[in-house]
Design a protein around this ligand. Structure first.
Ligand code: FEO
Length: 386
């Protein structure tokens, strides 16, 4: 994946072709850990890669310059998919100075033996001239951890954005425009929904700062580099971070004997009649991270489960746990399901909705099997509420 993305600036990161589970996120396309090497009279490495790929990173660097010659290592983020190879790099680049945030310095010491590492600590607004290049630093705490920052190269107008604007795609190409743009943006959407969404307030703040920079290229630490049509990814981040939803409903459920499934279809009919676009997900067939991607721009999230043993089906509990951790304010919800002798499903699901700040506009809980007439009635009840 070594490639010169601008004069003297090389992509030296690695693709992780076979990773399929990234902390619960189904990464069907694998991922990449992007690292960038800047070569002029000083050598700078921007971020590293996950630990198992350290030798591959060092090999890629060695094709351009001996790793021992690295003068500076910019650490934008401590999470181990980006810092995991720092110990191996620092073993080789013994004289390198790490440029990072004060928070990151503390966190790195909680991950690795950093006793011999030299640091230059930066804060927002700081600039450092290294060789022919000037780097501006903007702290972006909680996009994705407290330590995060982004680095802007003034001469080439490149924003090294780390997790922000990433996509989980393993790739041999470098630039987003080498692939169909819709494909890349769909992966960026999945990434935002499953990783970045809880930090949307901080994203808004970071975008405000970024809007003051003249950015010609966005080089994230996962997936493709954006060098064309930057307005597309920037406007999507603006939309997603401000929770600008579409006229859309996500209807997600699991069912034991098809009652909850039939109710899901009745609810979908209501949205169809009212001109909404909608998607139905049976959690036996769909992964929670794919459902989450559609929740990102949905006005309504409708969740259904029957009662099972004083509780709900584990597939739905898993989804609700995941949803609760990720979703931001601004969505409406419907809870639905069926029960035999104890309608405890609603109580359980309501707690998740309340803690997810989803405004519950309707709950529908039917005893055993809804009749055809009842299913039509459910459609009408939902139509009156939405
Ligand atoms: Fe890609 Fe927060 O690490």
């Amino acid at each position: 994946m070594k490639k010169e993305i601008a004069k003297g600036i090389y992509s030296v990161g690695v693709s992780d072709w076979n990773i399929r589970n990234f902390h619960g996120y189904l990464t069907k396309l694998g991922s990449s850990y992007n690292s960038y090497l800047v070569v002029d009279d000083k050598i700078t490495l921007i971020d590293t890669v996950k630990a198992p790929f350290a030798e591959e990173l060092l090999d890629r660097i060695s094709e351009i310059v001996e790793p021992e010659k690295i003068d500076y290592l910019i650490c934008n983020h401590v999470e181990m998919d980006h810092s995991g190879s720092m110990p191996k790099v620092m073993e080789r680049a013994k004289n390198a100075t790490i440029i990072t945030t004060a928070t990151a310095q503390k966190e790195l010491a909680l991950h690795y033996d950093t006793s011999s590492w030299k640091y230059q600590i930066v804060k927002s607004g700081d600039s450092i001239k290294i060789g022919q290049h000037t780097y501006d630093f903007v702290l972006t705490p909680m996009v994705h951890w407290p330590d995060n920052m982004v680095t802007y190269n003034e001469e080439e107008k490149i924003l090294f954005s780390n997790d922000a604007f990433g996509q989980h795609i393993a790739h041999s190409e470098i630039f987003a425009d080498e692939l169909p743009m819709d494909y890349v943006l769909q992966q960026a959407k999945m990434y935002y929904a499953n990783i970045v969404m809880p930090y949307s307030t901080q994203v808004i703040s970071a975008l405000t700062t970024a809007s003051k920079l003249d950015i010609k290229m966005i080089a994230p630490s996962h997936g493709m580099v954006f060098r064309k049509d930057l307005d597309k990814i920037l406007s999507l981040y603006d939309k997603w971070s401000h929770c600008r939803v579409n006229k859309k409903a996500v209807i997600v459920y699991d069912s034991m004997w098809h009652s909850t499934e039939k109710m899901a279809e009745s609810i979908a009919k209501a949205f169809e009649d009212k001109g909404y676009c909608f998607k139905i997900f049976d959690l036996k067939q769909n992964h929670i991270s794919e459902v989450m991607t559609d929740c990102l721009d949905a006005e309504y999230i409708c969740v259904g489960s029957p009662t099972l043993n004083k509780n709900i089906l584990p597939t739905v509990a898993s989804f609700l746990t995941y949803l609760q951790g990720l979703i931001t304010k601004g969505r409406k919800g419907i809870l639905f399901g069926s029960y035999g002798w104890a309608g405890l499903n609603m109580k359980y699901m309501q707690r998740y909705f309340d803690e997810s700040y989803i405004e519950t506009v309707l709950t529908i809980n039917d005893n055993f099997v809804p009749t055809e007439n009842r299913l039509k009635e459910i459609t009408n009840i939902v139509k009156e509420k939405i």
